[in-house]
Design a protein around this ligand. Structure first.
Ligand code: FPP
Length: 266
């Protein structure tokens, strides 16, 4: 496994130049997306395609996550949000779930060790209350210790589901309104989009500019449904463990060629 991980590491390119239509292309540093969100998909297929257990795909996927997060920091992306475990992923085998949770624990231990060097602010989005006490403590500690950093903010969606997030936000909003004024009959209004956003896990995080989904699937799978209203999408057949910095460059160049109108006329 270590040999495999080293090989994957060696293959990752550091270059931010890519070839497009036979020419060297470069993204514009002035127009970088502020917030990139990624559905890290294809780990299982990557592994089974090589005759390996699915869990091997997650191990390499975690390495890819590490590379891409570092690269985002290096090039000046302010927010990176990744989908690590959805509310639906509990349907997987106990072995696969334990592997993913174990990789997260390992990643958090390592992040804590290197925190002062890496200076990455980390946040976890989702209902983490059902996770193991060990993982919950690591999450609290990482969030607490890293909140002073203001370079890239890496958000890891864990036991996250967007519909659940929206329902939870509605409940929280109603409860607060009720607590503030239990006799208020007009409990539901007025409520603005801006106010409602503050009740989501992503409160204080700008909406993603660019959402990337590798592995050939073209759906959101309950990821950031509210926040994705005006996001640009980038789909690629590359499986997440094979996703490189160069592919991210490609996604950014592609994003920069888009005309974002937000409903306006051209
Ligand atoms: C989706 O691929 C991937 C997951 C459900 C798990 C993602 C987890 C990691 C990358 C490891 C832990 C993360 C961190 C942040 C250290 P899939 O299994 O659905 O792939 P498939 O569609 O090919 O089956």
């Amino acid at each position: 496994m270590i040999k495999l991980l080293n090989k994957v590491k060696a293959n990752k390119s550091k270059s931010k130049f890519i070839k497009q239509n036979g020419k060297r292309a470069h993204w514009d540093p002035e127009k970088l997306p502020v917030h990139i969100a990624i559905i890290m998909d294809g780990n299982g297929r990557w592994a089974t395609g090589r005759g390996l257990p699915r869990t091997a795909g997650h191990a390499v996927g975690a390495e890819t996550f590490r590379h891409i997060a570092t690269y985002c920091k290096d090039i000046g992306i302010e927010y990176l949000t990744t989908y690590a475990f959805s509310t639906e992923n509990w349907k997987r085998t106990a072995d696969e779930i334990a592997t993913i949770m174990g990789l997260l624990e390992k990643y958090l231990y390592e992040s804590l060790e290197k925190m002062e060097r890496d200076k990455v602010k980390m946040k976890f989005l989702g209902d983490v209350s059902v996770l193991s006490p060990k993982l919950r403590n690591l999450i609290v500690e990482t969030e607490e210790l890293s909140k002073k950093f203001d370079g890239v903010q890496v958000n890891v969606c864990l036991n996250y589901g967007s519909r659940n997030e929206i329902i939870r936000a509605a409940e929280k909003y109603a409860a607060e309104r009720y607590d503030a004024n239990p006799n208020n009959e007009a409990l539901t209004g007025p409520l603005t989009e801006e106010t409602f956003s503050k009740y989501l896990y992503t409160a204080d995080i700008p909406d993603p500019d660019l959402i990337i989904r590798p592995s050939g699937e073209m759906r959101l799978s309950n990821f950031l449904l509210w926040q994705a209203a005006y996001s640009e999408y980038y789909f690629t057949d590359t499986l997440w463990p094979d996703f490189t910095e160069r592919e991210l460059d490609h996604a950014i160049i592609n994003y920069q060629a888009r005309d974002r109108r937000y409903g306006n006329a051209r």
